[in-house]
Design a protein around this ligand. Structure first.
Ligand code: NDP
Ligand code: AKG
Length: 411
């Protein structure tokens, strides 16, 4: 199922559980603004290349819109719309004062040089600078982007609006980035996993984990989980998939990835078919790459007992049904990966205050927010007799609907 259809379906089910009026539901669903821009750059060899850039601003009833910018060949309108909507619900689950947005450029960053990526980012920023703003819409990194991309956006935006560190989060520390933001999504995944396992009388220590995607989120999750005694038995990235049933040596794997630009060829493991990564035997499966990877074709063969959604919308609704029948417990994306946007909020607050927190404070506050998010979702599940995904959606839609109603529509 297409990402937008899947997200809309979850929203509609939550609205129904809440008894939300259909006209209000329509207003909550339709994005505030969608922008699609042409981005043409001269490549290093002098030839021209044209890309399409997107920014979808979904909802701002609870605060400025917030969400990452993705550089990937599959970036297209429906996907960006779905991701922007998920950001609205994610910020509401975390109970941070933001609405949702998402952006991206349909490109393959691995095929562009650093200077081409810089020109592309600057052109994109020129096209959207008057639509974003510190109190309007604050971008951040996502797949294929990182602190350097944020630094270019900050610099280009500041040419139009004056020095504005709070215009992006996930930027380098030297430009006002927050300590702990780089690790935040992976650390939040660890905290959420601990809270989930705790409900079942288990802890991370001794559990076997499989992680799809070994970029920012997947690699930090693996490092922090292994430091807590979890056994990461298989991982994959675009270069391939590897496994070691005794547990991978994550510090050595991280070193290997730096030197070889991927997990392939790591000596302390055997290669496995990339397609089979999600089907490997484990206790906890963590998809941390693309959306829609768990679907009706493979759901029945998944062997994990728990799925912690570090990626956005990795599980489509048909797979949700199959997995529910099998008794697999899914911790949904809008809760599991909310650590990233939560520390982005801390970064924005620090920039506005002009005061830097130490890393210990960032991590402590993150734990508080993740624990509260988990507790709020569990309570919502109890009062609406639903699973964790519907609990998270219901909690979020209710918070956003209340803010929308309080603000009203009269001109
Ligand atoms: N960054 C953040 O703070 C947040 C990210 N997320 C979500 O987490 C997910 C990962 O994002 P992030 O870690 O930032 O992105 P990165 O670009 O840092 O990493 C993505 C990883 O996925 C791998 N990958 C890409 N395609 C495939 C594939 N077909 N099979 C296996 N692996 C693949 C990449 O491999 P390679 O590097 O070799 O290309 C890379 O290891 C996304 O869904 C994102 O939306 C959610 C919340 C916050
Ligand atoms: O840090 C942010 O502002 C947003 C991160 C993001 O894009 C996400 O949570 O999917």
């Amino acid at each position: 199922m297409n990402a937008l259809a899947a997200t809309n379906r979850n929203f509609r089910l939550a609205s129904k559980l809440l008894g939300i009026d259909s006209k209000l539901a329509k207003s909550l669903l339709i994005p505030f603004r969608e922008v699609k821009v042409e981005c043409t750059i001269p490549k290093d060899d002098g030839s021209l290349a044209t890309f399409v850039g997107f920014r979808v601003q979904h909802d701002n009833s609870r605060g400025p819109m917030k969400g990452g910018i993705r550089y990937h060949p599959q970036v297209e309108t429906d996907e960006v719309n779905a991701l922007a909507q998920l950001m609205t619900w994610k910020a509401a689950v975390a109970n941070i004062p933001y609405g949702g947005a998402k952006g991206g450029i349909g490109c393959d960053p691995s095929q562009l040089t650093l200077s081409e990526l810089e020109r592309l980012t600057r052109v994109f920023t020129q096209k959207i600078h008057d639509l974003i703003g510190i109190q309007i819409d604050v971008p951040a990194p996502d797949m294929g982007t990182g602190p350097q991309t944020m630094a270019w956006i900050l610099d280009e935006y500041s040419k139009f609006h004056g020095h504005s560190p709070a215009i992006v989060t996930g930027k380098p520390i030297d430009l006002g980035g927050s300590l702990g933001r780089d690790a935040a999504t992976g650390r939040g995944v660890l905290f959420a996993t601990e809270a989930l396992l705790n409900e079942y009388g288990k802890s991370v220590s001794g559990q076997r984990f499989v992680i799809q995607g070994f970029g920012n989120v997947g690699s930090w999750a693996a490092k922090l989980i292994s430091e807590k005694g979890g056994k990461v038995v298989a991982v994959s990235d675009i270069t391939g998939a590897i496994k070691n049933s005794q547990g991978l040596d994550i510090p050595s794997l991280l070193k290997h990835c730096k030197e070889h630009r991927g997990v392939r060829g790591f000596e302390g493991a055997e290669p496995v078919d990339s397609q089979s990564i999600l089907l490997q035997d484990c206790d906890v499966l963590i998809p941390a790459a693309l959306g829609g990877v768990i679907n009706k074709e493979n759901a029945k063969d998944i062997r994990a007992k728990f799925i912690v959604e570090a990626a956005n919308h990795p599980t489509d609704p048909e797979a949700d049904e199959i997995l529910k029948k099998k008794g697999v417990v899914i911790l949904p994306d809008i809760l599991a990966n909310s650590g990233g946007v939560t520390v982005s909020y801390f970064e924005w607050v620090q920039n506005i205050q002009g005061f830097m927190w130490d890393e210990e404070k960032v991590n402590k506050e993150l734990k508080t927010y993740m624990s509260k998010g988990f507790k709020d979702v569990k309570e919502t599940c109890k009062s609406h007799d639903c699973d964790l995904r519907m609990g998270a959606f219901t909690l979020a839609v209710n918070r956003v609907a209340r803010a929308t109603l309080l603000r009203g529509w009269e001109a």
